[in-house]
Design a protein around this ligand. Structure first.
Ligand SMILES: [Zn+2]
Length: 53
């Protein structure tokens, strides 16, 4: 497993931390819900589509 694998593990751990904190699926910037369509594509994103752009 190379750097890409390590990066992915770090991102998954960050997502798990947000799930544990109860703010998974909520934008870290504006506090809006992140759409389930977006979470399907980017399960570990901390931002909604507006804030990620
Ligand atoms: Zn946002």
């Amino acid at each position: 497993m190379g750097n890409a694998g390590l990066l992915e593990i770090r991102r998954i751990k960050a997502a798990l931390a947000r799930i544990a904190a109860g703010d998974y699926g909520i934008c870290a910037k504006c506090g809006q819900d992140i759409t389930s369509e977006r979470l399907d594509v980017l399960p570990d994103t901390p931002f909604c589509r507006n804030c990620a752009e």
